[in-house]
Structure formats: C-alpha cells, structure tokens
Design a protein around this ligand. Structure first.
Ligand code: PGA
Ligand code: ZN
Length: 425
C-alpha cells in the first residue's frame, strides 16, 4: 500500500519547471514519473496548474507540488498501488473539476504514472510486462520527426510535424536504423542548401523553407538519399495541428499568406496525398471542425491514417463518437491530455474497439521519463510518436524500446503495416 508521496520540481526539455511525483509503498518499492507539457494543446485537455506571476514566465509549479504533497498524499495514503483504476478514480474525484484545474493535470498525471511504476516495481516486473500481463504485444511502429514546424518552430512553416514511418522494416530496430539514415540525409540536404539552422522543440531540423511543399519535396529526397524507396520502405506522416491556425472553418496559412475554408483545406491536403507518399495525417482540420474531419475521413480514410489529437484529446467518449460518425480512423494517446493512466488506456481501448490506429505520444515538452515507451509496448498500441531523432528527451524513449525489444528477443514481433488502419496501398 502507498505510504509516501512526494512531489518535487524538476525541469523539462524547454527549461521550464515541471512536476515529478515519487511514490513509496509499504514493501519499499518506489515509483517515479515526470509530467510532460504540450505547446499546441487542445482546448479539451486536462489543464496544467501553473503559478502565474513573474518567476519563470509564470510557469512555476509550486501549487501543483503542494497539491501532491498535501491533498493527494492524504487521499492516496494506504491505497493499493496495484489497483490503478481505484487510485485514478480517487484522483479524479478529489480534483472534482472536468479539466483538472484544481489540483492540476500535471500533478495528477505525474502521480498516476508514479503509482503505476511503483506497482510494477512491487511486482518485480518491467513496466511493459506488468501492463501486458501475459497478453501478446508488438513492438510499435515509430513515427519520427525530420522537420519541426508550427508552434514548435515559431510558425516558420504551417505544418507542425514532418515525420517518416518505416512500416516495411523487419523490426523496430531496423525501422530506427532506416529513420536514422533519413534524419542524417535530411541534415546533409539542409546543409548543402545553406538551410541548416539548428533544430526545433522536438529535435527535428528547423524548417528554413519557403513553402510546406518544399519541406515535403526535401523529405522525399532525404528518403531516397538514404537508399530507401519513398512510399514503400518509408512513408511520410504529417501532423498539421490545424487547430493552431484554424478556427470557425477558416484556416490562415502564414507561409502562403492566404486563408482557406474547410473545403479548400481538404482540397490542399488531398493534393498532397496525391503528390506525395503520405501514410498518415494528424489533425488535418481544427478541433472545432468535426464536419471537415468527417468529410476528410470519408474521402481519404481508405488510403491514409487520419489521427485525432486536439480533436479527440485522449478521451474515450470522443473516440467512440468519432468512430460512429466516421470522422477519424486513428487516435493519439497522450496520458497528460487525458489526466490519468486509466483514462488514457480507456481512450486507447475505445480506439482499438473501433478498429482505429492507436498511437502513444510524447509532448513537445518532455524529460528523461520513459513511461510512454512502456505504455506503447505494454498496451500493444502498435505505434509510438516521440518527436525526432535528436535530443536525449526523445532518444531516451527510442532507446528504452530498443532495450524492451532485446528483452523480448525472438518474441519481439514488429507491428509494421498492421498498425495502420487502412488497407489500400
Ligand atoms: P504538443 O505537440 O505536445 O505541443 O501539443 C504534440 C502534438 O501536437 O502531437
Ligand atoms: Zn498533434
């Protein structure tokens, strides 16, 4: 049972304060987890509690830490860490708000994940195995950013993530090797073109491009330069993060200096789908445009993964509603968007029940915490999105999955194409 809970301030990959929770059980087992933080957040997300005021740009977390050290510590004292659902239900009830604004989504998700780690430690199992509980798991298909953009690169280009996926690789480690070659090739291309300007928030190259299409062309070239066949060995995955520049059915593209309506936005993305080897598109339209999502999915869902991130905010009811309406065919699963481990898992299970692709995802503000690597394997999500192939808050996750793959040995089946929710190729 839980005997001690401690919240401490640590720092994330953007140098901002964040919350670490540490749980100690009566048996001596300890679990620890750090809350991540988004930059392009959906309006339906659990809210991080930040102090406001002058220090650290108002982003300090002393109130969230106090919530852990007093109210949450009291509420969880004596509870069984192995009963994650009961712990999470108590956290939700104690907060009492729909968006976790009282105790803070950051305090709650760090505590929830720390309890999960403590339970695995008490059981003497690595977290992924503790979660799998004997069920078969697959190594996830990695979605790896090559160029950053949008809110992660001062809106230098409109699209937030230009990523690649290597579903034809034979294993997770081979997909990582291929992605590493593409990342190198893209860097060399940028250097030759005099466009190498460092990296964006998630480690992808800073997008010194004059158009979104120039980024797409460069990505295809980088895949070829890496000795891979575009669309066969490696395909493109985009996170449009359209809620960042779209509202009320109007989409304002900074690069092209034009405003599109929902239908024009769909036509532009459809043109990209015809011209480039794109396997996946996340948030093609804004969170307030369900009709646009539905139209896009009806038109392109048979040949492309269409992911709801800001649109579905890791919420099981929203996933079920989107499945019923046919307005997406995949769901991004971010524990801190849902609030607790149990709610994030419920969203993933709702996705699986609907035949959706399910992608466990990091945030743009991360740390050395590798919980999501274990969730992706232990929950058999099939896909994992962590950002790019640089900066150790990203590499920590890829490296952790490599360790899990090694531990599984011959039993480490790779999800590959089976992770994607469409059949036309
Ligand atoms: P965020 O971006 O963590 O800044 O929200 C990640 C994403 O949009 O997928
Ligand atoms: Zn997103």
């Amino acid at each position: 049972s839980i005997v001690r809970l401690h919240g401490r301030r640590v720092w994330d990959s953007r140098g901002r304060p964040t919350v670490e929770a540490e749980v100690t059980l009566a048996c001596g087992a300890v679990g620890r987890a750090i809350a991540p933080a988004g930059a392009s957040t959906g309006s339906g997300e659990a809210l991080d509690l930040r102090d406001g005021g002058a220090p650290f740009g108002g982003l300090d977390v002393t109130k969230a830490l106090a919530a852990i050290n007093v109210a949450i510590a009291q509420a969880l004292a004596g509870m069984d860490a192995a009963d994650q659902a009961a712990v999470d239900a108590r956290l939700v009830a104690l907060d009492g708000t729909p968006n976790r604004s009282r105790l803070g989504g950051n305090a709650i998700v760090a505590t929830s994940m720390a309890v999960l780690h403590a339970a695995a430690a008490a059981a003497g199992a690595p977290l992924w195995r503790h979660l799998a509980g004997g069920r078969p798991v697959r190594m996830p298909l990695p979605e790896i950013q090559i160029f950053g953009g949008g809110a992660h690169a001062a809106r230098r280009v409109d699209v937030q993530d230009f990523m690649i996926m290597c579903p034809a690789a034979a294993s997770f480690s081979e997909a990582i090797e291929w992605s590493a070659e593409v990342y190198r090739a893209a860097g060399a291309l940028m250097k030759r073109a005099g466009k190498l300007q460092g990296v964006a928030d998630e480690g992808g190259y800073w997008p010194a491009f004059d158009s979104n299409e120039e980024a797409l062309d460069t990505l295809v070239q980088a895949i070829s330069d890496a000795g891979l066949r575009p669309g066969r060995d490696a395909g493109i995955s985009l996170d449009i993060a359209a809620s960042e520049f779209g509202r009320g059915g109007r989409y304002t593209l900074a690069l092209d200096q034009r405003t599109l309506d929902s239908e024009q936005m769909i036509a532009m993305l459809g043109g990209w789908l015809d011209a480039y080897p794109i396997l996946s598109i996340e948030d093609p339209l804004a969170e307030d445009d369900p009709a646009g999502f539905r139209h896009f999915t009806q038109t392109y869902g048979a040949r492309c993964q269409i992911i709801g991130d800001d649109f579905l905010v890791t919420n099981a009811e929203r996933v079920a509603a989107a499945a019923a309406a046919g307005s997406a065919n995949a769901v991004l699963v971010k524990p801190n968007q849902a609030g607790t481990v149990t709610e994030a898992h419920a969203a993933l299970l709702a996705g699986k029940a609907a035949g959706f692709g399910t992608i466990v995802s990091a945030r743009s503000g991360e740390s050395e915490d590798v919980t999501i690597a274990h969730l992706a394997v232990g929950w058999d999500a099939g896909q994992l999105k962590v950002g790019s192939f640089a900066r150790s808050e990203r590499m920590a996750k890829w490296n952790e999955v490599l360790r899990i793959e090694e531990a599984l040995g011959g039993a480490a089946a790779f999800s590959g194409w089976s992770a994607l929710p469409f059949r036309e190729r």
